[in-house]
Design a protein around this ligand. Structure first.
Ligand SMILES: *Cc1c(COP(=O)(O)O)cnc(C)c1O
Ligand code: SF4
Length: 340
C-alpha cells in the first residue's frame, strides 16, 4: 500500500481573501534587524551588510511567518536576507547575465521564442529575492505607468505568428486588477492569440493577491490560461497558498511552477522531491528548474552543472516523471531555454 507522507497534504484554509493585498504589500518587512528579530535571530544583526548593494531587503510578513524560528539556515530566510557575500566581485557574474536588459527596458515586449511573446507588465515585486537578475533592474512601476504595453499590443496585432502572450516582470500581478482589465481589453480583438500565461510569485509570497476581483477577471478571459508560480522550497507552500492555487484553478488556469536551483536552499534531492510533492498537492505541476543566471552578487547561490545533473538523476529515480521539472539554463540568443 502506498501512503502519502503527511508533509504532502495541505488543507486549504478559507481565510485568505479577507485582507486587502495592497495593505499586505505595503506592510512588507524592509529592515534586516526587524526581520532577524522576527525569526529569533537578533544576535546575528551585526553580520548584516551595511550597504544593500543597491537592492533593498523586502519580504511580506506572511512569508516571514513560514520561516523556522531560530534557524539561520532557514531556506526561506536565505532567499531574502542580504549577505556580505553579495558584495564580492566574482569573475563571470555580471549585471546583465542574460544579455537583454536593453530589450527589457526599451520595449517592454520580448519576442525571442517562436509563437510566444513576453510582456514586462510590471517592474515591481512584493519580495526581493537575492538571487534575481532584478537586483540590477530597478525599473519600478514605470513600465506599466508609461503605457508601453499599448505599443506592445500594436506589435501583437501585427504579428499573427504569436499565439501566446506571457505576462512577466517583475511581477505582473503587482498591477491593480483594473490595469489588468485594461490590458486584456486591448487583447480582445487579436484572433490569433489563444493563450495568456502569467508568471508570478505573488500566489506564493502574497496569496491574498488572489482575491475575488482578480479571479473574476481571470475567469471571464476568453483565452486559455496558464499561471506559472515561482516557489523554490516546500516550506513556501502553506494552506493560504494552497487556497490561492485552488481558486486560480477554479477560475480555469492550468498551474505550473518554476524554481531556481540555489545552493544551501534547495540543492538536495529530498528538498526538491518534497517541493514537487507539495506542489502537486496544491494542483501545481513542476515545470522548470533553472540554473542560476550568472548575475553579479549571486555567486554564493550557484550550484555546479555536475551537481545539478546528479540531483536530476536522483529525482528521476524517486518521483513519477510528471513531478520531475526540466533542468534548464537561459542563454542569450538561444531560441528556447537550453536543457542541461
Ligand atoms: C522564458 C521565456 C519565454 C517562455 O519560454 P517557455 O520555454 O515557453 O516557458 C518566452 N519568452 C522569453 C523572452 C523568455 O525568456
Ligand atoms: S522577479 Fe521573481 S525572483 Fe525576481 S525579485 Fe521578483 S519575485 Fe523574486
Amino acid at each position: 500500500m502506498i501512503t502519502a507522507s503527511p508533509d504532502a497534504r495541505i488543507t486549504p484554509s478559507p481565510s485568505v481573501t479577507h485582507t486587502d493585498w495592497r495593505q499586505s504589500w505595503r506592510d512588507a518587512v524592509t529592515d534586516g534587524g526587524e526581520l532577524l528579530a522576527m525569526v529569533g535571530l537578533q544576535h546575528l544583526a551585526g553580520r548584516l551588510p551595511l550597504a544593500d548593494a543597491g537592492f533593498p531587503l523586502r519580504v511580506p510578513r506572511g512569508f516571514v511567518a513560514r520561516m523556522r524560528h531560530g534557524d539561520p539556515r532557514d531556506p526561506l530566510l536565505l532567499q531574502v536576507l542580504p549577505q556580505l557575500a553579495e558584495l564580492e566581485q566574482v569573475a563571470g557574474f555580471v549585471t546583465d547575465a542574460v544579455g537583454d536588459l536593453d530589450a527589457r527596458a526599451a520595449h517592454g515586449l520580448l519576442h525571442k521564442y517562436q509563437g510566444r511573446a513576453l510582456l514586462i507588465a510590471s517592474g515591481s515585486c512584493a519580495i526581493n529575492c537575492r538571487y534575481c537578475f532584478r537586483r540590477h533592474f530597478p525599473y519600478g512601476e514605470e513600465i506599466a505607468a508609461a503605457g508601453q504595453w499599448r505599443q506592445a499590443i500594436e506589435h501583437l496585432r501585427e504579428d499573427t505568428s504569436i499565439s501566446e502572450l506571457i505576462l512577466s516582470g517583475g511581477d505582473p500581478l503587482a498591477l491593480a486588477t483594473p490595469k489588468l482589465e485594461e490590458l486584456s481589453h486591448g487583447l480582445r480583438e487579436l484572433k490569433h492569440l489563444i493563450r495568456l500565461r502569467i508568471h508570478s510569485r505573488l500566489p506564493v509570497v502574497l496569496p491574498e493577491r488572489i482575491d475575488a476581483p482578480l479571479l473574476d477577471w481571470l475567469g471571464r478571459l476568453p483565452l486559455q490560461k496558464v499561471v506559472v508560480l515561482h516557489a523554490n522550497h516546500a516550506n513556501e507552500l502553506d494552506a493560504d497558498v494552497a487556497t490561492a492555487c485552488a481558486r486560480l484553478r477554479d477560475a480555469g488556469a492550468t498551474l505550473l511552477n518554476q524554481s531556481v536551483l540555489l545552493r544551501g536552499i534547495n540543492d538536495d534531492a529530498t528538498v526538491l522531491a518534497d517541493l514537487s510533492e507539495r506542489l502537486f498537492a496544491a494542483s501545481v505541476l513542476p515545470y522548470y528548474l533553472h540554473q542560476l543566471d550568472r548575475v553579479e552578487g549571486t555567486a554564493h547561490f550557484e550550484v555546479t552543472d555536475a551537481r545539478a545533473l546528479a540531483l536530476m538523476d536522483a529525482l528521476r529515480t524517486r518521483l513519477p516523471g510528471y513531478l520531475v521539472p526540466k533542468l534548464v539554463r537561459e542563454v542569450g540568443g538561444d531560441c528556447s531555454k537550453r536543457p542541461l
